[in-house]
Design a protein around this ligand. Structure first.
Ligand SMILES: [Zn+2]
Length: 170
């Protein structure tokens, strides 16, 4: 089972990357970084891995266990635990293990691979930004209340100037 981190990120977070040379999608950058690193090497910083056939085996860092059920595949560049079901690519490993956000995990890996991320910063797509949505909602709410206030004061003025029997009250 391969968890596609780039898809997850684009859907729920809407991250894009602003590069100096222009706009670059974060998944493109992710692919470039991932092509330069080895998941086994990165995970070895945290978990003692032993070669077992094509894969590497170790004690899972995500649940307590005495016999290794945590596997890392150098060929597929993914990890998977048969004990607790944790799995994914190198970015999701770092996010999960080090409690990093997606940009922080990328930044960490970029540093390891020597890719320059200095002129790159992460922005959320405006259309999918939570903050943006809240701001828009606030604006709408404000407009709504202003309209209501104007309408009710207009009604009050009209009512006060109309004879009793023609008043707008029901
Ligand atoms: Zn596990």
């Amino acid at each position: 089972m391969i968890h596609s981190i780039s898809l997850n990120v684009r859907d729920s977070e809407g991250f894009t990357v602003n590069a100096k040379a222009g706009r670059m999608k974060s998944d493109k950058l992710l692919e470039e970084i991932k092509s330069k690193i080895d998941i086994v090497e990165i995970i070895s910083d945290y978990v003692q891995l032993k070669k077992a056939g094509q894969n590497y085996k170790g004690l899972c860092p995500f649940h307590a266990e005495k016999t290794p059920s945590f596997m890392a595949s150098q060929v597929k560049q993914i990890f998977h635990c048969f004990g607790c079901g944790a799995g994914g690519d190198v970015v999701s490993f770092l996010m999960k293990h080090e409690n990093l956000s997606f940009p922080d995990a990328l930044q960490y890996l970029a540093q390891k691979t020597g890719i320059e991320l200095r002129d790159i910063h992460f922005v959320k797509d405006k259309s999918s930004g939570k903050r943006e949505r809240i701001m828009r909602l606030n604006e709408e709410a404000m407009r709504f209340f202003m309209k209501k206030r104007i309408a009710s004061s207009l009604r009050r003025i009209i009512r006060s100037r109309l004879p009793e029997d023609l008043s707008l009250t029901k």
